[in-house]
Design a protein around this ligand. Structure first.
Ligand SMILES: Cc1cc2nc3c(=O)[nH]c(=O)nc-3n(C[C@H](O)[C@H](O)[C@H](O)COP(=O)(O)OP(=O)(O)OC[C@H]3O[C@@H](n4cnc5c(N)ncnc54)[C@H](O)[C@@H]3O)c2cc1C
Length: 204
């Protein structure tokens, strides 16, 4: 039990927030996780899981392969019609964040955390040994809070602006293209075909 019997508040239910909540709940802490989205949603992420990532997920009780992850064993660099290819030194996997994040939130709940969806935290304040996280509808009091909002800044806890911008595109292959394209082209996402993540510098 946390100080004063108050829960620990996890703000954000992505990879970091859900893992934080799961580990704390497993160790006997009362945890409330506040996630702003009310339903599964896509994330700007390449959805590539290295061996280390799969090991970390396994420690949280997540088996990426059992969730339908696609095996990835080669690296391919493509420019127009030309490409260079090399085997990866480990067995990687590709899994939609749409699927992975829901599995992580379910793991947090299984561990005993209370997951609240549709709760966008608008500000966090520390007062008198307590932490208050505010959403539009109510205040949540906790003994401590963990900020797992990813790239999203929080009022009063603004992050230094970076100069990178991420893009992601889901492309659905035509029936003909799907027949001729190599297996690596078909992503694990049930909704999407090829994933095309990219990073670029923000226009100044
Ligand atoms: C283009 C691109 C490609 C990438 N490709 C890969 C890859 O292939 N493999 C890989 O391992 N990593 C990849 N990454 C990195 C990976 O996406 C991040 O490391 C990871 O998403 C960070 O997890 P997180 O939990 O910190 O943040 P996020 O995944 O962003 O989760 C933050 C969560 O907080 C919630 N939230 C935000 N604000 C609030 C609020 N105010 N109140 C409540 N909830 C809130 C959001 O809804 C979200 O669910 C990529 C990143 C980019 C940009």
């Amino acid at each position: 039990m946390s100080r004063h019997g108050l829960p620990v508040i996890a703000v954000g239910g992505g990879i970091a927030g859900a893992a934080f909540a799961t580990e704390l709940a497993r160790s006997g802490c009362r945890v409330i996780l506040l996630e702003r989205t009310s339903h599964p949603s896509h994330k700007v992420c390449g959805e590539f899981l290295s061996q280390d990532a799969q090991t970390a997920l396994a420690a949280l009780g997540i088996d990426a392969r059992a969730l339908g992850a696609t095996g990835i064993d080669r690296f391919r660099l493509v420019k127009r019609e030309r490409y260079a290819e090399a085997p990866l030194p480990f067995a990687a996997a590709g899994l939609s964040r749409l699927c992975l994040d829901e599995a992580l939130l379910a793991a947090a709940e299984r561990a005993g955390a209370t997951v609240v969806r549709g709760a966008a935290v608008t500000g966090i304040e520390a007062t008198g040994g307590e932490v208050v996280a505010r959403t539009e509808l109510r205040e949540w009091r906790g003994a401590a809070a963990g900020l797992g909002t990813g790239k999203h800044a929080m009022r009063g806890l603004r992050r230094a602006p970076g100069e990178m911008v991420g893009f992601k595109l889901h492309l659905k292959a035509s029936a003909a293209a799907a027949q001729t394209s190599p297996a690596w082209c078909n992503s694990s996402s049930s909704e999407a075909g090829t994933l095309a993540p990219a990073l670029s510098r923000a226009a100044s």
